[in-house]
Design a protein around this ligand. Structure first.
Ligand SMILES: [Fe+2]
Length: 298
């Protein structure tokens, strides 16, 4: 069993680095870290050096990173995955530096999503210099696609410490690795990819201010503002460049009584099961997993 201590980052390939970086800063509100590589833009939302890296190259998600406790835990994870038949690569020093981690390993989940496990992700104490006052407080969760969410749960719950918090029928599995209702979600989708990346905001007012701001900037709102009954989070999904879906949300449930929580199942066809406010529910667009010879450890 591999213990994930936190989510770490999303790494996404972009054909137009300038446009994607402008959107991440001027629209989403993230801080752009001082550039150290002309082909990578590191975006910061919280104590992490960055939680989103935009990498110039083929468009598509490159990897999703999760933290483990340290070098020993990483080595144990590498051994365990290899013993179970996964093909595991260890990142070079240069690749680890680009991720602002000391060490990492990479492998594909059974559905083709590239996962990276990292040790010692850099923390920055300086307050985040948000590019816009969107109210962001932290990188909240990430959501991957898989054709069968029950199979995906089997993978994440048997090999890792993920526990299901709630099911949305066969459409989604919402999982926790700490008291937050979900830090990892899997949505049903045809192929591997990143369904969306979530940022928590401080207040309900931020959600609605952002909604008005995004509309004024002619950004495509995919869903919301609405309220998910599972996590009780008030959500807003919107589409960034190159098919990358961002989400702001406020008020996610915490599950403090770990032993007492019983996962619930919601029928996605039932009104209110995705949005308690009964707004239109459109599935967010997934950015497909990028596959090319050079993408392996971009
Ligand atoms: Fe979400």
């Amino acid at each position: 069993m591999i213990t994930l201590t936190d989510i770490a980052y999303v790494r996404s390939g972009v054909a137009d680095l300038g446009a994607a970086t402008r959107f991440a800063t001027e629209i989403v509100g993230l801080e752009l870290a001082a550039p150290t590589d002309t082909k990578v833009a590191h975006l910061r939302a919280d104590h992490r050096h960055h939680c989103l890296a935009l990498v110039e190259g083929p468009s598509g998600v490159i990897s999703s990173g999760f933290s483990v406790a340290g070098p020993d835990a990483l080595e144990a994870a590498e051994t365990e995955l290899e013993r179970s038949g996964f093909s595991v690569c260890r990142g070079s020093d240069v690749e680890a530096r680009s991720r602002r981690v000391r060490e990492f390993i990479a492998f594909d989940d059974p559905f083709g999503n590239r996962i990276e496990l990292v040790s010692q992700q850099e923390t920055i104490t300086r307050p985040v210099a948000y590019a816009r006052p969107a109210g962001i407080t932290e990188f909240g969760h990430l959501c991957l696609d898989a054709p069968d969410v029950h199979e995906a749960y089997r993978f994440w719950s048997t090999r890792f410490n993920a526990r299901v918090s709630d099911w949305i029928g066969d459409a989604a599995c919402l999982m926790r690795i700490d008291p937050v209702h979900h830090k990892l979600a899997v949505f049903r989708g045809d192929g591997p990819g990143l369904c969306h990346m979530n940022f928590q905001v401080a207040t309900i007012d931020d959600v609605f201010r952002n909604w008005n701001f995004l509309r004024s900037q002619k950004v495509e709102i995919e869903m919301g503002p609405g309220r998910h009954p599972q996590s009780t989070a008030i959500f807003l999904y919107f589409l960034g460049p190159e098919g990358f879906t961002y989400e702001y949300s406020f008020g996610v449930r915490r599950i403090e009584d770990e032993a007492g929580w019983v996962p619930r199942t919601f029928d996605p066809a039932e009104p209110g099961s995705i949005d308690m406010w009964l707004g239109p529910t459109t599935r967010p667009i997934t950015q497909p997993q990028v596959r090319s010879a050079q993408d392996v450890l971009s």
